[in-house]
Design a protein around this ligand. Structure first.
Ligand SMILES: Nc1ncnc2c1ncn2[C@@H]1O[C@H](COP(=O)(O)OP(=O)(O)OP(=O)(O)O)[C@@H](O)[C@H]1O
Ligand SMILES: [Mg+2]
Length: 414
């Protein structure tokens, strides 16, 4: 059966630095979400989570879409698109509105206005575009902790929001690559911060209430989202990931091939520095080296190089969260996801640096096809589908998508 564009399909597209992943879910008649499957292809033309070569990236996306359509026996018309990059910034903002009506009853319009006033703090004229305005909590005449103030009585309404924004043209560079599939004019329903999608995939309500850090360590970027008392309090991206591990090791050991270095990390990589491999040695063939003599490599040195880079990534994020005073409010722990979460010893290293429990987290909380979806690399793609589901996508057919929205904001196209 071929699904039509008006089907309740929700498609997540994650254009990652190392792989393009597509996850597909379906809104059930009872409103729930069933995951149907996934597909991934190696990506080219993407660096540090952003498109660096339009032609290469477009061809890969086209290949990923066509293969996914064949493998999953469906037609992709609209996608939820992951967006990331070091240009993305975020912050917490407060907006206020006086409640002037005679009854003092707070309306939906007042709530919207308070949120808009809060978000207005980031609407600067420097090409920065807001990706998400996430409601944290409301205050009515100073009383905090209110999730939905509509219908309450008061004189002053305040809204706390978390805004995630970035450079509009950089978002557009990713968006424009989807136009290679002109024959179906694929539309983008929502542009979603990758880290937010990953957090949606791996954390449950309980984790968020306890206080949790979801960290997606990919090939080119590491995104993190911090929840305190169920609210998103901090998000961020650093342009460092597994590619740096490969660079460090390739340079440090004078290895000829990137692919073989990556394979070596997968097979022998670890960030554990507990002396357990102090006598272990690997022999590397001359043909794999930039030098002309066969060499023996001490496994401990390999682990040391990987340890230093991972330690650096974790400490940068730890310091950013510490500086916001959020670490003490964290009862849940660190949830590591993305391909690099697979590196041996990472959980222990994260637990030692953050001084809290750490775990490798995979997408959870959905029905249906689990095979190849419950993997750390798939967190962003599955989270995109969950986001589309929450936002009501799949409940109706085509509509104005995010693509046209961004273009209008930037004065490009319609
Ligand atoms: N078993 C493993 N051990 C160590 N590293 C691994 C392992 N498996 C995958 N990786 C690394 O994970 C990275 C790929 O992860 P992922 O697919 O999450 O990245 P991506 O989404 O393509 O990149 P980004 O999110 O940064 O744009 C690569 O750097 C790869 O080398
Ligand atoms: Mg990724």
């Amino acid at each position: 059966m071929i699904f039509s564009r008006k089907s309740p399909l929700i498609v997540g597209m994650d254009i990652g630095t190392s792989a393009i992943k597509i996850a597909v879910g379906e809104r059930r008649a009872d409103g729930g979400l069933t995951m149907l499957g996934s597909h991934q292809v190696e990506s080219r033309g993407v660096r540090k989570g952003e498109v660096a070569d339009h032609g290469e990236a477009s061809r890969c996306i086209l290949q990923a879409v066509q293969e996914a359509e064949d493998v999953l026996n469906m037609e992709i018309g609209e996608v939820e698109l992951a967006l990331t990059g070091a240009h993305i910034e975020s912050g917490n903002h407060r907006g206020t509105v006086p409640i002037r009506s005679e009854t003092h009853e707070i309306t939906d319009e007042d709530v919207r206005e308070a949120v808009e006033n809060a978000a207005a703090c980031v609407l600067r004229g420097d090409g920065m575009k807001v990706l998400h305005v996430i409601r944290q909590q409301f205050y009515v005449d100073g009383k905090d902790g209110i999730a939905n103030p509509a219908g309450l009585l008061g004189s002053k309404l305040e809204a706390d929001v978390h805004c995630i924004h970035g450079i509009g043209t950089r978002f557009l560079n990713t968006l424009n690559c989807l136009h290679a599939k002109q024959e179906t004019s694929m539309e983008v329903s929502n542009g979603i911060f990758s880290g937010l999608a990953s957090a949606l995939a791996v954390l449950n309500k309980h984790d968020k209430e306890l206080g949790a850090i979801a960290m997606d360590i990919g090939a080119g970027t590491t995104e993190y989202v911090v929840y305190v008392k169920g609210m998103i309090r901090q998000t961020g991206v650093i342009a460092v990931g597994g590619d740096h591990l490969v660079n460090d090791l390739q340079l440090g050991l004078k290895l000829r091939s990137r692919k073989k270095t990556e394979a070596l990390i997968r097979e022998h990589g670890s960030v554990l520095m507990d002396g357990s491999v102090s006598d272990k040695i690997l022999t590397v063939k001359t043909s794999d080296l930039l030098t002309d003599r066969e060499r023996t490599l001490h496994l401990e040195n390999i682990h040391l190089i990987l340890h230093h880079r991972m330690d650096e990534i974790l400490r940068i994020i730890h310091e950013r969260i510490r500086a916001q005073g959020l670490l003490e409010m964290m009862g849940g722990g660190v949830f590591l996801t993305g391909g690099c979460a697979r590196i041996k010893g990472l959980v222990g290293l994260a637990a030692a640096i953050f001084q809290m429990p750490a775990t490798v987290a995979v997408p959870q909380g959905f029905d249906g096809q689990m095979e190849r979806l419950a993997e750390p690399e798939m967190s962003t793609a599955v989270g995109l589908v969950k986001y589309g589901h929450i936002k009501g996508h799949g409940a109706y057919g085509s509509r104005r998508g995010f693509g046209s929205y961004v273009r209008k904001m930037l004065g490009i196209g319609e």
